[in-house]
Design a protein around this ligand. Structure first.
Ligand code: ADP
Ligand code: MG
Length: 225
């Protein structure tokens, strides 16, 4: 509980910084990117084409970190509509499968009959993307990632993302969701922070079960808020 409060207040602080960062850093970046693109097309810089490409890619990477950071700090309520969670999942399943296939990993989707929920489509997509990517990154070739939905009791719908990966050690588990916490060489450490923020805006709860056989993230939505 204490940990939850610490996490939420750090998210709140991020929220206050976010608006400023967005404007003051992103606008100049957009300008720089535009000129880089222009120079990239100049024939006399042909030999440096590769460097321009790298510079633009690095700018895009920095920009996407800012996007993730902003969406994590955003603690206001989202626009929620009554939507079919299964349809959102099936909508991005082809993308997830292509990503998994390219890494020789397997994705299975098993959705049950569930009532509609008040959701923000883009945020639920983002939540699922962040969770499935972590799942795949924890797994070896040939292993299976499973996305499920089911109803629990009278007033709860659960979405799970289950992987057969390495599992999460207790000392890492307690740091999850802390901005910039990552164990990966090229991780941003923002994926789960974004997931917690999105879940909070949906009044949903995230539970984690983990062992050496893999990890399952449970996103629990309430039918009656
Ligand atoms: P990133 O993926 O950029 O490292 P995240 O916030 O998505 O940032 O995850 C933070 C850390 O949590 C990861 O670096 C990893 O150590 C751990 N983690 C998250 N999901 C899983 C998972 N499914 N299996 C194992 N470890 C995980
Ligand atoms: Mg991640």
């Amino acid at each position: 509980y204490e940990q939850e409060i610490k996490r939420l207040s750090s998210l709140d602080l991020i929220g206050q910084m976010a608006a400023g960062i967005s404007h003051e850093i992103r606008n100049p970046m957009t300008t720089v990117r535009g000129f880089l693109q222009l120079l990239q097309k100049e024939s006399r810089f042909e030999d440096y084409h590769h460097y321009f490409k790298l510079m633009i890619e690095e700018l895009d990477r920095a920009n996407s970190i800012i996007t993730e950071f902003l969406s994590m700090g955003n603690t206001r309520t989202s626009d929620l509509e009554l939507l079919d969670l299964n349809a959102i999942i099936h909508g991005i399943t082809p993308l997830i499968k292509i990503d998994a296939f390219s890494q020789n990993k397997i994705v299975e989707v098993d959705t049950a009959d569930i009532p509609k929920l008040f959701l923000n489509r883009n945020e639920i997509r983002q939540l699922l993307i962040n969770l499935y990517r972590n799942g795949l990154e924890a797994m070896n070739e040939g292993q299976v990632l499973t996305i499920r939905t089911y109803k629990e009791g009278d007033d709860c719908v659960v979405m799970t993302v289950q992987d057969e990966g390495t599992g999460i050690q207790p000392e890492i588990l307690e740091k999850l969701g802390t901005p910039f916490f990552t164990t990966k060489d090229n991780g941003t450490g923002l994926g789960l922070g974004v997931c917690y923020a999105i879940a909070a805006r949906h009044h949903a709860k995230i539970d984690i079960q983990t062992s050496s056989k893999g990890t399952t993230f449970f996103i629990k939505f309430h039918l009656k808020p």
